[in-house]
Write a protein that binds this ligand. Structure first.
Ligand code: USQ
Length: 525
């Protein structure tokens, strides 16, 4: 069998959060890259570091690779090096993704700490909804993680806006990576009214800004894995691809007979709700902090997540992560499966020709682990598009209905309802997502059908079905982007597989072959 080299084998102390920079150059303030400093070839300007984990080594140049370093261990299950007992802090650890990631990283031997103020539990409750999958209290979760998986998690109930408490916790834990999930993730919730829009933007934007200042003061070497969203880019009607946040080196702007390079500039953003606007503002704040203070960050432009399964959360029912189906916090695939179980026709908004990027829960966790294991360089702000497939909404509905009908004996139907959102019905959609597969070794493990099957299997259990019935009153869309206070009306109800698949076709460019579906022509990238 050919052993594929670990993708982070050549990273060095330069990327390691344990490297504390010493020596004559305070390059965090001077704005020079290591390459430039090296070019000076003046012994006075040699970059020296001290290892926080091995101070006995004294001062040395940051050239030891992860392969050579005794603190980085090869981990076969993810085929990469991982810092021994790496200290990872998860902000928003009680949420859908935060809890799932805590268990995944804990199982890999990371030392996990986390904060949460139950923002998500409270918002869902405010809307009269509940998590369809029953979830334990945080105390029970922590105790069960210890008992069943042997994972110790240090938890504090802290609001991300409380800088005093968060600062103290950072000082105590000294995280080597911070995963920032402590944001309100809902577009419809941000569109309810002025109070909700302000609540979402305040929590997300001010929370992140405060965090950046704290990181600068207390843990400048720590990498920040920040959750953005693919929705920051919108769906350009010109068909311009959704690049990974920054234009590639050979991108050119041609205007009025003149040409300029766009390489290295942030790509345009066209957010699709006040929630998505908060993510765009985060992007700029994180980008600036990396520029001014040499913080380091990966901004993860994640597609819509779906699913219920990872090995860790399935290990015990008290370890399950939440799953929402209500109009505000349920995402589309999760909602469709739950609607199907209830016997409600799946609510496709508008034409259903909208195309979005998607990724299963387990695959998203794999991406996050890989990003944490391969930290950015000092001052590096980088963006990855985190998706494993692009689908039209009506195709998703067909797939959910097919799995439900063929494998679970249901009679799932589909309904088109007036779109409560302002979004393009028909649009081209080409997403570039090369970095995760090529640079970080990500390979999706789950097909859409497989994870939908996992969902039906779990959610058709009688005690969960009962919860679905109890929550049904909050499934119908009532939050309209145009501000009108009325429910969306049904346009038509149809059987799965009876609608033609025309219009624009999604294109996902992972750096391999781009399949242009209409013609089945293969274009070499
Ligand atoms: N949609 C339906 N029927 C429904 C629910 C949604 O047709 O019952 C459609 C929407 O109109 C939209 C698409 O499905 O075109 C996705 O909607 P969604 O509610 O699943 O996801 P969205 O509002 O876009 O937000 C979710 C997460 C958010 C994340 C984002 C990634 O809540 O945190 O940032 O997905 S992305 O969509 O790529 O921006």
């Amino acid at each position: 069998m050919i052993q594929i080299k670990a993708y982070n084998v050549n990273k060095t102390c330069w990327n390691c959060p344990a490297a504390i920079f010493k020596g004559n150059v305070d390059f965090r303030a001077c704005g020079q890259s290591m390459e430039k400093v090296k070019e000076l070839k003046d012994p006075e300007y040699v970059i020296m570091i001290e290892c926080a984990r091995r101070p006995e080594l004294g001062h040395f140049e940051p050239t030891i690779s992860f392969e050579q370093c005794t603190e980085w261990e090869y981990r076969e299950e993810i085929n990469c090096y991982l810092l021994k007992d790496m200290r990872v802090m998860i902000l928003g650890i009680d949420g859908y993704l935060g809890w799932t990631l805590a268990l995944r990283l804990g199982r890999l031997g990371c030392k996990i700490s986390g904060i949460d103020n139950y923002f998500r539990r409270d918002c869902v409750k405010e809307k009269g909804a509940l998590s369809i999958v029953p979830i334990a209290s945080i105390d029970e979760r922590l105790q069960t993680a210890q008992e069943v998986l042997g994972i110790d998690i240090t938890f504090r109930e802290i609001d991300i806006l409380d800088r005093q408490k968060l600062g103290e916790f950072l000082k105590e834990m000294k995280p080597e990576a911070i995963v920032h999930y402590a944001e309100c993730p809902s577009a419809p919730y941000s569109m309810v009214d002025c109070d909700h829009a302000i609540k979402v933007q305040y929590n997300n934007v001010i929370g992140t800004l405060g965090l950046l200042f704290l990181m600068k003061e207390m843990v400048p070497e720590t990498s920040l894995i920040k959750l953005g969203t693919l929705g920051e880019f919108g769906s350009p009607l010109t068909g311009r691809p959704l690049f990974e946040g920054i234009f590639p080196a050979d991108a050119v702007l041609n205007y009025g007979g003149r040409e300029w390079s766009l390489g290295g500039e942030l790509t345009p953003r066209d957010p699709v709700s006040f929630y998505h606007v908060s993510k765009v503002q985060d992007t700029f704040n994180v980008y600036e902090a990396c520029k001014y203070w040499w913080l380091r960050s990966y901004d993860v432009m994640q597609g819509v997540i779906y699913g219920v399964h990872t090995d860790e959360i399935a290990a015990d029912q008290r370890l399950r992560t939440r799953l929402d189906a209500d109009e505000w916090f349920g995402t589309v695939v999760n909602r469709f499966v739950i609607q199907g179980i209830l016997g409600l026709p799946l609510t496709v908004y508008g034409q259903g020709e909208q195309i979005r990027g998607f990724i299963a829960l387990d695959d998203a966790m794999q991406c996050m682990v890989r990003l944490i294991a391969s930290p950015p360089e000092p001052g590096q702000y980088d963006v990855v598009n985190q998706v494993s497939g692009l689908y039209k909404i009506k195709k998703l509905a067909d797939t959910v209905a097919k799995v439900g009908n063929e494998r679970f004996g249901l009679n799932v139907r589909i309904q088109r309802v007036e779109n409560p959102r302002v979004e393009a019905d028909f649009h081209p959609f080409e997403v570039i997502s090369k970095k995760l597969p090529k640079t970080f070794g990500f390979a999706p493990k789950l097909s859409l059908e497989e994870e939908i099957t996992n969902m039906f299997t779990l959610l058709t259990q009688p005690h969960i079905k009962k919860r679905i019935e109890e929550t049904a009153h909050v499934f119908w869309p009532v939050t309209r982007w145009d501000g009108e206070k009325r429910e969306s009306e049904v346009i038509e109800v149809y059987a799965p597989g009876t609608k033609q698949n025309g219009g624009f076709q999604p294109q996902l460019d992972t750096g391999k072959e781009l399949v242009v579906k209409e013609t089945q022509k293969r274009v070499k990238q």
